[in-house]
Design a protein around this ligand. Structure first.
Ligand code: TXA
Ligand code: MG
Length: 342
């Protein structure tokens, strides 16, 4: 009886609590070529056996993901890295020691064990070891490296709760492992170690400052503008994180930005629109550093929440692009329908 109660099925997708028995069940799905969404400290991932090209193709289909956008491979132990990457530079060992398990993905030369579907044809592969306890237990039980993009329908805000995964993917995947809300809330930093100098391809949970300090050398940030070509990382050229509501991002001097937001709020409400304001982004500059982990953690949940309220417009004030603020601003720029500078 209790066993059945612990398992809920939504449109054919099983919602599992992270008990040892359920984790084993979820791992069995992976070993048989199925798709399981699982929690990590950043966002929920949509996992498949990274050594099974057929299973990996199903990820692209379930998410509606462009076939040229490569996936991150997840491991539960640094020793597994040699199954995934053909060469591991000294820099990688240094970073792994400091930041794994944690929100840092390293781009390395791809091993022949990993089919090219995972890397969308590239000869490199992104790898990370997450720190979420349920993720580590699940990955260990899978006993294979697990390819996993964020578990949202392509283009939607990333999922930071099991219910977000179900909103987008119920009926399209075998199971979701519910590990509660994600602690970091923005995705991992993707760092390319296959070039002369380390390059951040996507800002995320580990900051540029932390990487520079750890390596003791300059770390570059790849150009993030969508129109710049050719992108170093295929993921850069796609629109991401879009809520259904039109997100308007206001950047510029504090007083003028707040003035404009107030005017837009009045204007849109007067024309019958449902408006959501991100109040927490209005705090003074001094407060940003302190608030950043909270802003990052709540960002995607808030975007989805605005949609659930039937919002037409979301008004957000830009924050300083420093530390974790770089990742937050990167997501907001991509999510924005319009960016207004004052
Ligand atoms: O925190 C995260 O990284 C989450 C959790 C689930 O681990 N995963 C995630 O995956 O955000 P996804 O697929 O949504 O984003 C992967 C990013 C994309 O921008 C992709 O282009 C880039 O990593 N990427 C993956 N493999 C790459 C490679 N070999 N070379 C360059 N960029 C790569
Ligand atoms: Mg994603």
């Amino acid at each position: 009886m209790t066993k059945n109660k612990a398992r809920v099925k939504i449109q054919g997708t099983i919602l599992l609590q992270p008990t040892p028995a359920s984790i084993e069940r979820a791992a069995q799905f992976i070993r048989h070529g199925g798709l399981v969404a699982f929690p990590t400290e950043t966002v929920y991932g949509l996992g498949a056996d990274a050594t099974n090209a057929g299973a990996v193709s199903r990820i692209f289909y379930a998410k509606g993901r462009p076939a040229d956008n490569p996936l991150i491979v997840h491991i539960s132990d640094p020793a597994q890295l040699e199954e995934v990457a053909s060469k591991v530079p000294d820099r990688a060992y240094k970073l792994m020691e400091q930041f794994w398990p944690g929100p840092l993905s390293l781009v390395l030369p791809r091993s022949a064990n990993i089919p090219e579907t995972v890397s969308a044809g590239l000869d490199t592969v992104a790898v990370r070891m997450p720190s979420h306890r349920a993720a580590l237990s699940f990955l260990e039980a899978c006993a294979v490296p697990v390819a996993a993009p964020s578990a949202n329908y392509s283009g939607r805000p990333s999922p930071t709760r099991a219910v977000h995964v179900l909103e987008d993917l119920a009926g399209r995947i075998e199971a979701v492992l519910d590990g509660g809300p994600c602690a970091v809330g923005v995705e991992s930093t993707v760092l390319d170690l296959t070039r002369g100098k380390p390059v951040i391809l996507r800002p995320g949970g580990i900051t540029l400052e932390e990487l520079t300090r750890s390596l003791g050398e300059k770390v570059n940030m790849a150009a993030m503008a969508i129109k710049e070509a050719p992108p170093l990382s295929p993921g850069m050229k796609y629109r991401h994180y879009r809520p259904r509501a039109a997100l308007i991002l206001i950047t510029g001097e504090t007083g003028r930005s707040i003035e404009l937001i107030k005017k837009l709020d009045v204007y849109y409400r007067a024309s019958g629109k449902v408006v959501c304001l991100f109040q927490e982004f209005f705090s003074s500059h001094a407060a940003y550093g302190k608030d950043l982990p909270f802003l990052a953690r709540s960002l995607f949940n808030k975007l989805r929440y605005c949609d659930s309220l039937g919002a037409d417009v979301i008004l957000v004030r830009a924050i300083a692009p420093r530390g974790l603020g770089v990742a937050v601003m990167n997501r907001l720029h991509k999510a924005a329908f319009r960016i207004l500078r004052v």
